[in-house]
Design a protein around this ligand. Structure first.
Ligand SMILES: Cc1cc2nc3c(=O)[nH]c(=O)nc-3n(C[C@H](O)[C@H](O)[C@H](O)COP(=O)(O)OP(=O)(O)OC[C@H]3O[C@@H](n4cnc5c(N)ncnc54)[C@H](O)[C@@H]3O)c2cc1C
Length: 375
């Protein structure tokens, strides 16, 4: 990726609202393309869902649907950004093998050759669904912060800590109102507020971004050296007559295992700091971890954190990216659901192209346009 800045045209002033991975990637690629960018975040950069994900990345898992080209373009961008940002120093990026298992009290430990030796509990092996060529993991918060640091130092992005309270069309361009009475003007604005996006636009918004709570625990096994880089997609079948529980395991290079699952539809609170975990869901994750692996059982780990993230989802499970119907120069990029970390870089490029060039060439944004919700 070369430096696209052009000396011939006056830079477009763009305000990006939201400092999650989607807002930061958008700000980075806008500024790299020559725009003058202000990023507004109310609390901390990648402090909401973008800091609470295992950040599993897959080249091929969206194949065959409308998300395929976004996923493939973004997987490649994550790899090239890992070189550009020197990931081995600033954050971690590593390929891994990915497999499925089913988990249940009635299963017997299996000696299948596809299972890493630390998956020694009551599991039935499924299949390998990703290799080191097709699946990888990054660290979402460190990645987002490293990208923003480069955006600030190399491309002059200005970061403002403030709560955005409204957006209006101005005489020329847009006006963003922030708490305390301040205003920040620009030629265009991009709303990347995750689950808070339609809250800002109010009840007249033609589309809704809702939130799903996804719980996680980070375990530090006593025998961390025994844990190999395998992402494990587990489906736990409880003995009682309850539905299955998806529980996934992602060892990290930092001697931890990130365990997540337990999806709950949630009200969207006022701010990210008010999203709190449900103790029962956390206990379930810890319990399933102990069933899957003796290395992750209660007595063999210390619990580093118990947390929850609010995943921004749209009504049809596709991201919402494009100009907001009825609001000129006001764009939205949200609702990236289960794959927001994967989709971040290509979404950023696509939004930068749309805002500055009038159309995106990296992926076709037509199917993601908010106009699809307007009857
Ligand atoms: C447990 C969990 C596991 C996941 N696993 C994966 C995975 O393995 N791979 C993957 O690709 N994706 C995964 N995801 C999904 C991914 O994390 C999200 O899709 C992505 O982080 C969404 O990013 P975002 O920038 O749209 O939203 P957010 O991260 O929510 O960022 C929005 C930002 O806007 C700010 N904001 C809100 N309102 C205002 C306001 N009024 N003024 C100023 N700022 C405001 C917030 O403070 C926040 O920082 C997972 C999510 C969770 C929760």
């Amino acid at each position: 990726m070369g430096d696209d800045r052009s000396q011939d045209q006056p830079p477009k002033r763009v305000v990006v609202c939201g400092g999650g991975i989607i807002g930061v990637c958008t700000a980075y690629f806008l500024a790299k393309k020559g725009a003058t960018v202000t990023l507004i975040e109310r609390s901390s950069i990648a402090g909401a869902a973008s800091g609470k994900a295992p950040a599993f990345l897959a080249l091929h898992m969206c194949d065959g649907g409308l998300l395929s080209s976004l996923a493939r373009a973004s997987f490649d961008l994550h790899s090239s950004l890992a070189e550009e940002l020197d990931a081995s120093r600033s954050y971690s990026f590593r390929p891994l093998t990915t497999l499925t298992i089913s988990v249940g009290e009635s299963e017997l430990p299996s000696k299948s050759p596809i299972l890493p030796h630390w998956v020694d509990g009551r599991v039935k092996p499924g299949e390998i669904i990703g290799t080191a060529e097709t699946t990888a993991q990054t660290h979402p918060q460190l990645f987002t912060r490293a990208l923003l640091a480069k955006a600030v130092t190399e491309y002059g992005v200005e970061v403002v800590t403030a709560k955005v309270e409204g957006v209006e069309e101005g005489e020329k361009g847009v006006v963003v109102k922030v708490a305390g009475g301040g205003v920040i003007g620009g030629d265009a604005v991009v709303l990347a507020l995750g689950p808070w996006t339609s809250k800002l636009l109010g009840p007249s918004s033609k589309f809704k971004v809702h939130g799903k709570k996804v719980h996680n625990v980070v375990l530090e096994p006593k025998d961390a050296d025994a844990i190999t880089p395998h992402a494990i997609f587990g489906t736990y079948y409880p003995a009682q007559n309850m539905g299955p529980l998806e529980t996934n395991f992602y060892p990290r290079p930092t001697r931890e295992v990130f365990v997540c699952g337990a999806l709950v539809e949630a009200e969207i609170p006022e701010g990210p700091e008010l999203v709190s975990p449900d103790p029962e869901s956390i206990e379930k994750l810890k319990r399933v971890a102990g069933i899957v692996s003796s290395y992750l059982a209660k007595d063999n780990v210390s619990v580093k954190s118990e947390d929850v993230g609010l995943m921004p989802c749209s009504g049809d499970e596709l991201p919402i990216m494009g100009e907001v119907p009825g609001m000129k120069q006001c764009y939205v990029s949200s609702g990236h659901g289960y794959w927001g970390i994967l989709f971040g870089p290509a979404s950023g490029v696509a939004m930068a192209e749309l805002v500055l060039d009038g159309h995106a060439s990296i992926v076709d944004l037509d199917c993601f346009s908010p106009a699809r919700f307007v009857k």
